[in-house]
Design a protein around this ligand. Sequence first.
Ligand code: GCO
Length: 390
Amino acid sequence: MSFTFPNGFVWGTATAAHQVEGGTWNNDWWEFEHAPGSPAVEPAGDACDHFWRYPSDIAMLADFGFGAYRFSLEWSRIEPDEGEFSRSALDHYRRMCATTREAGLIPVVTFHHFTTPRWAVTNGGWTDPAIVDRFARFCEVAVAALGDDIGMACTINEPNIVSLMGHMVGVFPPGHSDLGEYAAANENLKAAHRKGYDAIKSGPGDFPVGSCVAMGDWWAPDGAEGVLAQTREMHEGQHLAAAAGDDFIGVQAYSRTRLSAEGLPEGPEPGIEVLDMGYEYWPNALEVSIRYAADVTASPVYVTENGIGTTDDAQRIRYVTDALGGVRRCLDDGLDVRGYFYWSLLDNFEWVLGYRPRFGLVGVDRVTQVRTPKPSAAWLGEIARTNTLE
Ligand code: GCO
């Protein structure tokens, strides 16, 4: 059986500055990784040296057959101290956009992907309402320099993970566990998305702008429907609602969360495959998430991230095949899904878990930086090239 995606469906891969560039020492994550007692198993260090190797990495992505590349700006390079902007860093990202276009790919630029400059967190971070204007000013300066070369933009990557992991679970900076902080961070992240969106829209260039929300499938025992709905609203719903009316909604989905009757995370269901990330092999998360996002926002959907961290590349192909089956069912039902970005191009720095989870279509030697494409790179590249899933 084969299925052809709609004309113009965008196929890409995604990365994020701190996870691939190397040397991003001026942000909160670097500081967090090096703090005594840090939960991070290792520092990002040189990462994939993508800051220097982006031209050959982008050429490789184009050769596989993809049509778009999603990468992020490192705010701490562009604004190393408050109000002090680096022309050289902006030029770097301009060259990245130009290189992406010259390779025939759409540059999809994320303005914030988990990392915040050190100066902004020592002066308050995401729990301080001052971050809203700080982020908007950064967007304004960055779009003024890059806007005419951007193909599509995401404001803040997974705002709901920044608040949850940083202020409730405590495994992202600042490593806190405080409900009040969690609520404040959510409000500031939503406001920063709105103000950042307006700043990006009023700059040069004319391209779609949206938010990217971390989503998934959810399960709770019978009788706990209320708890389930409430939890989903807290984790996903409020950030989707804050993005309603945008040009698109970015859906990022990987797995399923099971809840107890009290709404606490239960861990994987016995008998279901468990991945290196500690969560279930659950490709259906994508279909469920697309439907929920479309329902809440009524916006066109891009899958801005979906993928699997595994050393078994055949399992990767199986996972993506299953996830794309879900995209297909959404399209068959008339939902407006416009693209799919695999996370990630390269094996890279998976935050607190370090380099162990392998999400890449391409392996990276941690010492020599040599790139080795996996069979899934050619496989997914062919789907992208033909716009058809066999
Ligand atoms: C996220 C981020 C990525 C992750 C990816 C795999 O979704 O958490 O956008 O930075 O690396 O999702 O976990």
